[in-house]
Design a protein around this ligand. Structure first.
Ligand SMILES: O=C(O)C(=O)C[C@H](O)C(=O)CO
Ligand SMILES: [Zn+2]
Length: 279
C-alpha cells in the first residue's frame, strides 16, 4: 500500500509539476490481475484499483491499516468503471454493471472480486474502491448504475450540463463517513464542478473514467486564490485535500466517481466562491 502523507496549502506554490503529480495524482491504479492501493493521510482515505482478469481477486488485510481483514474497522464504496463483474461479500454475490456502486460495511470478512467474460467493448471489470475508517456496521448494499438520488446540473450554454448520481449519502445508502456518487457530462459539455467549491470538513477524491484514450481533463487544485492544474487521463484519480478546489475541464466529455470522507456527510455543505475571485 503506497503512502501519501498529508500536505498543507502553503506547500503548493513551491511545487513543480512533478511534485504536484506525485502528491495528488493517482495514476496506474488498474493493472491486470492486481490490487493496487494508496493510503492518503488526508482523512485516512484508502483508494484502490482492483482488476481481476484471469482469476478472481480477494481483498487482503494490510499492515498499514493494522488489520487482518480490510473491513475490520473500515467501510468502502466500490464503483465498477470497466466491464460487468461480481463482488462476493461473505458468500453473497453482487453483480456490478459498468457504473454500478457497492457499499461494503465494516465487518465484512471475505470479499472476492471477479470479471464476467469480458466483451471487446467493455473489457474486464475495473473496480475503484474508496475507503474510510468506520465506527459501526451498515449493511452492504448495491446501487445499479444511474440510480440513487439524481440531480441535473449546469447548462449547455456554459458547457457544464451534467447528471449527478448520489449513491452513498445521508438520504440514500447509509455509511459512517463515505459519501459517493458518479457524475456524467452530457456530450458537448466539458466542465465539471464549475462554479467550484471547497469543503474544509471533508477530503474528496475524483476518478475520471469513460474519457477517450487520447483525451485529458485539466483538473484545477489548490486554494481558490492560488490554483494549479494537473493534466489527467482516463481512470486516473486525484486527491483533493479539504482546502483544495476540485474542478476540471475535459478535451472530451467523460464521467467521474467523486467520493468524500471527513467531519460530516452533508453534500451541500460546500464553501462556494465566485469564479472571478479565483487566481
Ligand atoms: O458535477 C459536480 O458538480 C460534482 O460532481 C461535484 C462533486 O460531487 C463534489 O465536489 C461534491 O462535493
Ligand atoms: Zn466537492
Amino acid at each position: 500500500m503506497e503512502q501519501r502523507y498529508a500536505t498543507a496549502p502553503d506547500q503548493v506554490p513551491g511545487m513543480t509539476t512533478e511534485d504536484l503529480r506525485g502528491r495528488y495524482l493517482v495514476p496506474e491504479l488498474f493493472v491486470d490481475d492486481e490490487i493496487r492501493t494508496v493510503y492518503t493521510h488526508h482523512d485516512r482515505v484508502v483508494l484502490g484499483g482492483i482488476s481481476p482478469v484471469s482469476a478472481p481477486l480477494t481483498l487482503p488485510g494490510y499492515p498499514e491499516i493494522r488489520s487482518e481483514q480490510f473491513f475490520e474497522h473500515r467501510e468502502a464504496g466500490i464503483v465498477n468503471v470497466g466491464g460487468t463483474g461480481t463482488i462476493t461479500v461473505d458468500g453473497t454475490e453482487h453483480r456490478l454493471e459498468h457504473g454500478a456502486c457497492l457499499y461494503v460495511g465494516r465487518g465484512a470478512v471475505d470479499v472476492v472480486l471477479a470479471s464476467e467474460e469480458p466483451t471487446a467493448e467493455a473489457g474486464p471489470a475495473r473496480f475503484y474502491l474508496f475507503s474510510a475508517p468506520a465506527h459501526t456496521a451498515y449493511p452492504t448494499t448495491l446501487v445499479p448504475p444511474g440510480q440513487g438520488t439524481v440531480r441535473e446540473l449546469g447548462d449547455p450554454l456554459t458547457s457544464n450540463r451534467r447528471t449527478l448520481n448520489q449513491y452513498i449519502h445521508e438520504n440514500g445508502v447509509r455509511s459512517c463517513q463515505v459519501v459517493m456518487g458518479v457524475t456524467t457530462l452530457y456530450p458537448g459539455s466539458m466542465w465539471n464542478t464549475m462554479p467550484a467549491h471547497t469543503h474544509d470538513r471533508r477530503t474528496e477524491c475524483y476518478l475520471y473514467f469513460d474519457l477517450p484514450a487520447e483525451a485529458r481533463v485539466i483538473h484545477i487544485l489548490g486554494e481558490p486564490t492560488e490554483t494549479r492544474h494537473l493534466v489527467i487521463g482516463n481512470r486516473e484519480a486525484v486527491i483533493s485535500p479539504s482546502w483544495s478546489v476540485h474542478s476540471g475541464v475535459g478535451t472530451a466529455s467523460y464521467s467521474f466517481v467523486w467520493a468524500m470522507a471527513g467531519e460530516n456527510q452533508a453534500f451541500d455543505d460546500m464553501d462556494g466562491f465566485s469564479v472571478s475571485t479565483m487566481r
